[in-house]
Design a protein around this ligand. Structure first.
Ligand code: SGN
Ligand code: CA
Length: 530
């Protein structure tokens, strides 16, 4: 593979925009860069939401919502059209992003694991090289953040209203809506707290649009008169796919998508589990917010009681409610990304700052009848990824679409190379910097590996691993009560409805994909199933 990874010397990419090369080559001590030199080193703003599907970003898919600010990142930079995660679930995905390694290597295999924060992560390496590093928002790794000069992170999943943050000095509650609060903290750090003589890496991790999709009061009435198209796989019967049949993430299943928390129908007249959870979440709203909330949802509750939808009608009603609430959260995410971009522009920082937007994984917007993620099927295996290129970095000249396969283990080495920091050999991801320069290394990966571990657990998605190339996908569901292979032909069956594993016409493909899977498992040293 291309390999700055193999570089032992400090060979900064930032060479293209200034004096860094000479200074570094001349042997400046790490962490002791001159003021002038630091000005030239690229800044990084990494924004990640929780569960933001590419289907709900208009530069990827404009069926549901316009997201002008995320689109602006793409139109002033790059849209990755084949971006994947290594393990489609929050904590593990975040650990892959920080370490540049697959879950079996960084140890964070499930959300129940505690991240070993003594590991090498990209923020630590940046910090060692004199970067100012900060993170605000969701963390979800149980252990405290390390490698950040400044951090305030949500407790676990965090709250939508008046979120509680863990800080080095203890817990703090901020009044307001989480997406706004996280952005406020971030902009405040840029404006008032950071050391402006040093380059910076700011990590902004939104809680939104994670379940239970509670919007800001300013967005409550959005989309209320819109009916979204029902995905054509909404009534999937999961034939030939026992793991897909055994999940617990169907919108139509009232035990899974419940009336009180998910659909916000908190009423003595509507039976539901989790009423206490919703009552608790709503207690975080102040009287004014609560009044606005009730004026939206009381109407919906009244109509629901009056019409009492059942069967297919109820399933589709739930789908519409889910879409509306989720998209209201996206509206705030997009607005707040706009605030960050405007701030950077106003301060002249876009010249020398790369802005990255992604999600911790993809999400189902009713495809296969689902919400949530976890599966290696396209909607949750893929994740959105757009990058705004710094105006002053002439070498980073690529604009438009990058179709090469990239994965969230690539973020750490990419950011390190952008910062001119050498990439440790142990990192498994590849730096995307050549792609940002408009070059495609001839040995760029042609297939991606995946491994999901969290079972038994909520949503009952069985453990599985697999490989995807430009046309086919091979998956093995294993452990506990299952041992099942699946093979998809994404060209003839992009919605992954027909498992071709036992189809003799695919014998050759199957053999080839098995071989490729074995190759990747060996390469990444994930050998438990070999
Ligand atoms: C919570 C959600 C689940 C979700 C997990 C993991 N349930 O437990 O629906 O799959 O988080 O999400 S909830 O009723 O508590 O909202 S992750 O994005 O953090 O991995
Ligand atoms: Ca998530």
């Amino acid at each position: 593979m291309i390999s700055n990874k193999k570089m032992l010397l400090f060979i900064p990419f930032a060479a293209s925009i200034g004096a860094v090369t000479q200074a570094s080559a001349a042997g400046n001590e790490p962490g002791n860069k001159s003021r002038q030199e630091n000005k030239k080193r690229l800044n990084i703003v990494y924004i990640m939401s929780d569960d933001h599907s590419y289907q709900t970003i208009s530069c990827y898919d404009n069926r549901y919502i316009e997201t002008p600010n995320i689109d602006r990142i793409a139109s002033e930079g790059i849209r990755f059209t084949n971006s994947f995660v290594a393990n489609s679930i929050s904590g593990p995905s975040r650990a892959c992003m920080l370490t540049g390694k697959f879950s079996h290597k960084n140890g964070m295999t499930t959300n129940a694991t505690r991240f070993d924060s003594t590991q090498v992560t990209f923020p630590k390496l940046l910090q060692n090289e004199g970067y100012q590093t900060a993170i605000f928002g969701k963390w979800h790794l149980k252990s405290e953040p390390s490698g950040f000069n400044r951090w305030e992170v949500l407790v676990g999943q965090g709250q939508y209203y008046d979120p509680i943050f863990i800080t080095p000095k203890g817990r703090v509650t901020y009044k307001g809506y989480s997406t706004n609060v996280i952005t406020d903290l971030s902009i405040n750090w840029l404006e008032k707290e950071r050391d402006t003589t040093k380059p910076f890496c700011l990590v902004i991790h939104h809680k939104a649009p994670h379940r239970n999709w509670m919007s800001d009061t300013t967005e409550l009435n959005l989309f209320e008169d819109v009916n979204f198209p029902i995905p054509d796989t909404f009534y999937d019967n999961y034939e030939g796919r026992p793991a897909a049949a055994a999940q617990e993430m169907r919108i139509a299943d009232d035990k899974v998508m419940n009336f009180a928390t998910d659909l916000k129908l908190l009423s003595p007249d509507i039976a539901s589990g989790y009423k206490d959870n919703m009552a608790f979440a709503l207690r975080r709203l102040d009287p004014r917010q609560r009044q606005l909330w009730d004026s939206t949802y009381n109407k919906i509750i009244r109509e629901f009681i009056a019409t009492k939808p059942t069967g297919k009608e109820l399933a589709e009603w739930k789908f519409q409610r889910y879409m509306r609430d989720y998209l209201k959260c996206i509206r705030s995410v997009d607005n707040n990304i706009g605030r960050v971009l405007d701030y950077l522009k106003e301060k002249g920082l876009l010249e020398n700052t790369i802005v990255i937007y992604t999600s911790d994984q993809g999400f189902y917007m009713g495809e296969h009848g689902w919400f949530d993620k976890r599966f290696m099927y396209e909607e949750s295996f893929r994740t959105p990824l757009v990058m705004r290129m710094p105006d002053g970095a002439k070498d980073l000249k690529k604009r438009g679409d990058v179709p090469q396969f990239v994965q969230n283990i690539d973020y750490a080495p990419t950011i390190l190379e952008l910062a001119g920091v050498s990439i440790p050999r142990e990192i498994q991801g590849e730096s995307m910097v050549p792609l940002l320069k408009g070059k495609t290394p001839s040995d760029w990966r042609k297939s991606v590996y995946y491994h999901y571990f969290e079972y038994p657990a909520e949503h009952a998605v069985r453990r599985h691993y697999g490989v995807r190339d430009s046309r086919y996908k091979l998956i093995h569901f294993y452990g506990h009560d299952i041992d099942k292979w699946e093979l998809y032909d994404l060209q003839t069956d992009p919605k992954e409805l027909v498992n071709q594993y036992d189809n003799l016409l695919y014998t050759k493909v199957k053999e080839r994909m098995h071989k490729e899977l074995k190759r990747l498992m060996t390469k990444y040293e994930d050998t438990q199933e070999l």
